[in-house]
Structures are given as C-alpha cells and as structure tokens.
Design a protein around this ligand. Structure first.
Ligand code: P6P
Length: 343
C-alpha cells in the first residue's frame, strides 16, 4: 500500500524559491515574484508553442527586428507576453528584449522597481514552423541607480553581476531552469495542474557525451576553432566517443549538454563581415546561460575569457560562445591562444 503518511513533497517554483529565501536571507521576496512572473509567462507561451500549427501564429510578420531578422508571429507574442506580465508589477525598473532596438522603461502609470530584466523572448523561433523546440532566456540585474529614469548603461552589466538567470525550454515537455546563485534547479510543467514542479534539483553537468556546433560553417572558422573541432572528433589525441547533436536552438542545445554532458559552441566566423563575432548575443543569451553553466560546475567563454567577465558595450552586442563542460571549454581557449594569436 502506498505510504500516505509521507507523500514525496510537491515542490512548486514558489515553494522552492521561498525555501531558498529561508536559507539565503539576502534573497528578497521581490526576486521570488519576478521568477514567478516569468514562470507564468512561460506557461502562456507554452500554451501557444504546443499548438503553433493550429493557432494561426505560424509564420512571419511583415516586421524586421533590430537584428535584421523577420519577426515570427510567435516571437512577437512571446515578447508581448513577457512584457505585459512584468511591466506593471512594481518589481522592475526596465526591460531589454532581443525584439526591441532600445530598452523599455516602465510605463509612467506603473510603479518602478529595483530590478532590470533582459530576455530573448523566443530563442530559435525560426524553428517553430518545423515543430522544433524553442526557448525563452532571461537574466535579472539590480539597477545601478537608486531612482529616477532608467538609462541604457544600467543594462550594460557583466554577467558576473546577474542576480538570477534562467530559461524556459518548450520541448517534449516545458521546463523552467533557473539559478539565483545557489545552484541550478529545473522544474517541469505539469499541464494537468498548470504548475511547474521541481524535477531536477541541483543540476550538475555530467561527464561529456555530446558536442553541438553547426559544422556547415567550418570553413569560416579560425584555425584554433577548426583544430578544436578535430579534437572533439577524436583526431590527433582528441576526445574519444563524443556524439554530435545540433538542433539549431541555443536553449535546446545548451539544455541537452547541461543534463547529459557536453559542449555547445557558436564561434566567431568570417561568414558575415558585418557580424565578425558570430550570431549570438551577449546580454540576453550568452551571459544568462553562462551563469547557469558555472553554477552547474561548467564554464562559458568567448574563446579568450569568461563570458561572465565581459561587460557589454551595447544591448545587442554579439559574442562568440563556447559553453558547457569546464575542461572542454578551457581546451578551446588554449587552442585559440596558441593558434589564433593575440586578440
Ligand atoms: P545557425 C536561433 O536562430 C539561434 O539564434 C540560436 O538559438 C541558435 O543556437 C542559432 O541561432 C543557430 O544558428 O546559424 O546554426 O542556424
């Protein structure tokens, strides 16, 4: 007979963060509520991504975003969902989204808070039309000023100063993964009750099984990165037994390597002279995932130095990204230093 005396505890995000708060008094209820707001946004976005083919939100709008990319209907929906669920709460002083050229101040009719939210509302959105997984990435900073209107420079903080970071992965299940500086914790959405329940406490990156990169761009990479790729494929004394897995959605490729062990990289390449630092963004893609990686025992680098130590010069600054297993990421720094010369 099941032991009803002591059913395994059902840990929601709220309970988990409150428990964390008890252990870490510096964590404030406000941060807890911001994470909860983001979890709600994740549920709303998930309700659309799982029915994208049926809900007339497939396809593209006529708009092009600041990245020069056509805005997918679901991008726009996700961006508005996060914004509308967070801009009126009095917890934030401003938001910076991949979808908007400049940051969004809190509308005058709402109270201002002390936190800044940076986010990619729907990472991998071009994959939606092909039923591939996508994700939302977020980072939360303290604002730098005590009051008054928010200015762009307050968003340009290194990832080392993130108060919390995480992502929501819309895949075969919907997962909310976050860190507030005390480990990495994963929650899986139970659609029956509409709650994210703790499913992956204290995530630690295991021994590497995979590497994830778009080999189609190999000819555009530096000598150091090409040697690194050969190393991962076991050539010249390299690592044996790694499998290549690449979805083309950063959140999904990162999430697999976080849970199963491995490294993801999107290096600088000579494909687009206008984008010599690769495709990914520092502020709301690389830095939040870098905090997750380091909190899970891994590492994230731009090929030369820790991602978390890079201070953005602009909201949409691009960066090369190597992230996952600490040893494998450190190896690419060694090869780039040795073969690609000084920065
Ligand atoms: P490529 C999705 O468009 C994205 O921004 C990331 O999620 C993903 O890692 C990368 O681009 C894939 O880019 O050039 O391999 O298609």
């Amino acid at each position: 007979m099941p032991d009803h005396a002591d059913p395994s505890p059902i840990i929601t995000i709220e309970r988990h963060i409150l428990d964390e708060q008890a252990v870490h008094p510096e964590a404030t209820g406000i941060l807890t509520n911001i994470l909860y707001d983001l979890a709600l946004a994740g549920k709303v976005i998930a309700s659309k991504t799982t029915r994208a083919g049926l809900a007339e939100i497939l396809g593209r709008t006529e708009d092009v975003n600041v990245q020069g990319e056509t805005v997918m209907k679901l991008d726009r929906f996700a961006d508005l969902t996060v914004t509308r669920l967070t801009d009126h709460t009095g917890r934030l002083a401003g938001l910076a989204s991949e979808e908007n050229a400049s940051f969004l101040p809190i509308p005058a009719q709402y109270p201002m808070g002390k936190y800044l939210l940076v986010f990619d509302p729907l990472d991998g959105s071009s994959n939606v039309d092909f039923n591939m997984p996508v994700g939302t990435i977020f980072g939360i900073y303290h604002r730098l000023k005590d009051g008054g209107p928010v200015t762009e420079d307050e968003f340009l903080q290194p990832g080392r100063d993130l108060v919390a970071a995480g992502y929501i992965a819309y895949g075969t299940s919907t997962m909310f993964v976050y860190t507030a500086g005390h480990g990495v914790h994963g929650f899986t959405l139970d659609p029956a009750v509409g709650e994210f329940l703790l499913s992956h406490p204290n995530i630690r990156i295991p021994r590497p099984k995979y590497f994830s990169v778009n080999l189609g761009y190999q000819t555009y990479w530096s000598l150091g990165v090409r040697r690194y790729t050969e190393y991962l494929q076991g050539r010249e004394g390299g690592v044996k037994g790694l499998s290549l897995r690449y979805i083309g959605t950063l959140v999904s490729d990162f999430h697999r390597n976080l849970l199963a062990g491995g490294v993801f990289y999107y290096p600088a390449d000579s494909k687009d002279p206008k984008a010599p630092s690769g495709k990914l963004r520092l502020l709301y893609e690389a830095a939040p995932l870098a905090l997750i990686a380091e909190q899970a025992g891994g590492y994230a680098s731009n090929g030369r130095k820790p991602i978390l130590d890079v201070t953005p010069a602009s909201l949409h600054q691009r960066t090369p990204l190597f992230i996952g297993d600490r040893e494998l990421v450190s190896k690419v720094e060694e090869l780039i230093r040795g073969l690609d010369g000084a920065e």
